[in-house]
Structure formats: structure tokens, C-alpha cells
Design a protein around this ligand. Structure first.
Ligand code: ZN
Ligand code: ZN
Length: 413
């Protein structure tokens, strides 16, 4: 058993609701969670109602049934989005329902499932829930993501431990990287962390770099052009009504969008990538005018190719994120097989959609307008890790000055 488990779990729920979502009185909250994550989901629902939420809309999922459906259900069901679900998403959008996702799925849940079924469903779902997801990614109302270990996930992360022992080890790791100690001060610690991150983002915005040049000993040699009026964000974000929230818990990154057509060179992954439960290892990507023109992986190359071919925009980048090599997650030495954590271990890029507010005023533009200012459009968004201990990043300002941004894997300022 994890020492002070119940205190820590309560502290986590408060952190997610008070700092992650920052629920305001009268707001609706949608909590989505796998059934195995019920203990945390319940505490979050309770904390949200205690904070004055109008109501909690619960959405349970189940890995076992999801897998059974993908393997055995009539293929047609993955090609049509049920109208009642569409109505639900439209209703949540209209109600400006805040969203908390608690994740804990088996990283290999979809192993061996026909990839075309998954992609068909992702396309159909993407299209029909687009308005809702666009509103969230434009931060029109608060959203946040937390995690709860499940047995399959914990045993994947700690292969030499079994059952409860693995689950406890994963809880300890999650609490540590979320700065939760059971002393009730996590909310305070997060406020400090968020401020420190915001200071660095402000500096990056003042530099207003034209390009970033990445190099390391793996062979990465990549130049990324940033859009005019790009905005670096990190730590917390604000809704149009000025409600501050933290979208990912934990978060260590400061991120913006690249120009979709402004990426050149080669980048090597620093960590394996989990794609729908399949691992892609030792890979690199080659870019020309922003487009991925070469893919090579030591293992799982076919999954990476499928993913990059989800739609036209999936073969262009949508995110550039800076994370110091000395982050609590990297220092834990644990590969979580989960983007929420692993993306905060390392500098990363994402292929697929860009966050619209990474360019000033981007959230007010339509799709074509966003593309014109450099923001990539896609139904997918997949982060992959590229930060190594020897990563160097040099920024070039609009007037041609070269400024070190990263030296030996960490911020140079
Ligand atoms: Zn990111
Ligand atoms: Zn991302």
C-alpha cells in the first residue's frame, strides 16, 4: 500500500478540480474515465460539486469492451457516428461543459486490432465531434487531464512487478511527478510551478524567433520556422472569460506551433512512441517544406506510416514543445507509455493539428484562415519525443541574431 494513499488521492482530486479545471460556480463538468479509474473519478466529481459545479456528466469507458467491439463488432459501426452521440457533443458545446479526462488505459489494448477499423472510427468521430474539440483546443472553456493506474498499464510500466505491487508503484510515480506528497500543499506548489513556466514562456515570446535549429549526437539536424505572431504558452492557459486553468496535469512544457510548411531536415526520436497500443521504436523522420517525406523505424514502422497517413495534415507538424531534460518525469527514469507523462519528459514535436491560439488571433480564424497563417490542420495530433541530454537548440531572431535556447538538453536561460 502507498503510504497516506487516501490523503494523496484526495489531494490529486483537488489539484485536478481546483488547478486543472479551476471550476467556477455554476459550471457543468463532464468527467470521462475508464471504469477501473472510478476511485479518482468519484473524488473528482465530489470535489467539483463541492466547488460549486452545477452538475457532473459522467462518461464511463471500458477497455475490455472497447477491444471486444473492435475485434468482433460489425465493421459498419465504425463508419457511422450515432446521432444520439452527436447530439450529446452538440449539447455539451452549447452548455460550455468543462471537461476532465481521467486516463488509465492498457497501452496495448488495441494490439492486433485491424488498424483500418480504428482509423475509420477516428475519422468519423473526429468529424462529428470536431466543433467540441475545436472549442476545447481553442480553450473556450476549461479542460484538464489526469491519470489513474490500471493493472495492465502498471504492469507494462513495471514489468518486474505484478498486480497490486505494480499499481502501487505507478501511483507513487504519478504522485511524485504531480508534486503530491499528502501534505495538502500540492495546489500551492502547482501555482509556483505554473508561474515559473510562464516567466520562461514570456522570454521566448520576447525573442520572437524566426527559426529554431535542433541538433544532437543521434543525428538530428532540423530547422523549424515559426509562424509570424506565434505565441509560446506553458503552465496555464486562460479562457476568453479569463478563467486560468492547467490543461495537462502534470505539465512541464512550453509550446507553440511551427509553420506547417516550414520544417526541413531530419529528427530522431529520443523515446519509443506508443500508437494505439503498438510501440514504434528507434525512428527518424525526414522533412521537406514541412512534409514528412521519409520514415524509418527500427520497430513498428507500419504503425507510424498508418498514423502519418490518417489525413493530409497528419504528415505535417502542429506542435513544437520545449521541456528541460532535467524534468521530474525524466528524473524518475520511468517510461509511462502514456503521452500525458512521457511528453513532459522531453522536448517533443507533434504531427497533426496545431493549437489555434499558438498564433495571435488564430482561434478567431476558420480552417483556411488558420492554415494561411501557418497553423496545421488535421484530425489527429501525435506527440513524439526528441529531447536528449545533448540536445542543442539555437533560435534565430527576426533580425538574424542567434540565441542559444537549449544547451546540453536544458534551457540556456
Ligand atoms: Zn506538448
Ligand atoms: Zn501535443
Amino acid at each position: 500500500m502507498v503510504p497516506n494513499f487516501h490523503e494523496k488521492l484526495e489531494e490529486y482530486a483537488h489539484l485536478l478540480v481546483e488547478v486543472g479545471l479551476n471550476i467556477q460556480p455554476g459550471q457543468l463538468v463532464r468527467v470521462a474515465a475508464p471504469v477501473e479509474c472510478a476511485p479518482l473519478a468519484r473524488l473528482c466529481a465530489q470535489a467539483a460539486l463541492d466547488q460549486g459545479a452545477k452538475d457532473v456528466v459522467m462518461e464511463w469507458t471500458d477497455d475490455f469492451i472497447t477491444r471486444q467491439r473492435y475485434l468482433k463488432a460489425d465493421g459498419k459501426v465504425f463508419e457511422e457516428f450515432p446521432s444520439y452521440l452527436k447530439e450529446k457533443f452538440d449539447w455539451m458545446l452549447q452548455e460550455e461543459c468543462t471537461a476532465l479526462s481521467i486516463i488509465g488505459s492498457d497501452p496495448e489494448m488495441l494490439r492486433g486490432v485491424d488498424a483500418s477499423r480504428i482509423q475509420a472510427w477516428q475519422r468519423v468521430q473526429g468529424k462529428n465531434t470536431r466543433a467540441w474539440h475545436d472549442a476545447l483546443s481553442a480553450n473556450r472553456f476549461q479542460w484538464s487531464i489526469g491519470a489513474h493506474p490500471t493493472r495492465a498499464w502498471a504492469e507494462k510500466v513495471f514489468p518486474d512487478k505484478k498486480g497490486e505491487e505494480a499499481i502501487d508503484a505507478l501511483w507513487e510515480a504519478i504522485f511524485t511527478v504531480c508534486r503530491i506528497s499528502g501534505d495538502g500543499k500540492a495546489v500551492e506548489r502547482w501555482k509556483e510551478h505554473v508561474e515559473a513556466t510562464a516567466r520562461r514562456a514570456k522570454l521566448l515570446n520576447e525573442y520572437n524567433f524566426r527559426t529554431l535549429h535542433y541538433t544532437n549526437s543521434l543525428g538530428t539536424d532540423l530547422t523549424i520556422t515559426l509562424p509570424e505572431n506565434h505565441v509560446w504558452a506553458g503552465g496555464s492557459e486562460d479562457t476568453p472569460r479569463g478563467v486560468e486553468f492547467v490543461a495537462n496535469m502534470p505539465t512541464e512544457e512550453i509550446f507553440t506551433a511551427p509553420r506547417w510548411d516550414g520544417v526541413h531536415g531530419r529528427v530522431y526520436a529520443a523515446m519509443p512512441l506508443a500508437l494505439n497500443g503498438n510501440l514504434v521504436k528507434d525512428f527518424y523522420l525526414d522533412f521537406e517544406n514541412g512534409k514528412i517525406v521519409g520514415i524509418h523505424a527500427g520497430e513498428g514502422e507500419e504503425y507510424l506510416r498508418d498514423s502519418v497517413n490518417t489525413d493530409e495534415g497528419a504528415s505535417y507538424l502542429g506542435e513544437v514543445a520545449l521541456v528541460p531534460y532535467d524534468s521530474p518525469i525524466r528524473n524518475s527514469g520511468i517510461l509511462f507509455y502514456n503521452t500525458l507523462f512521457d511528453e513532459n519528459a522531453s522536448c517533443h514535436l507533434a504531427y497533426g493539428s496545431a493549437y489555434p491560439n499558438c498564433v495571435k488571433g488564430g482561434e478567431k480564424l476558420d480552417e483556411a484562415g488558420q492554415k494561411a497563417v501557418g497553423l496545421n490542420q488535421s484530425m489527429t495530433h501525435v506527440d513524439f519525443m526528441i529531447g536528449t541530454q545533448d540536445l542543442s537548440i539555437v533560435g534565430t531572431t527576426q533580425d538574424g541574431r542567434e540565441i542559444p535556447v537549449f544547451e546540453d538538453g536544458n534551457f540556456a536561460f
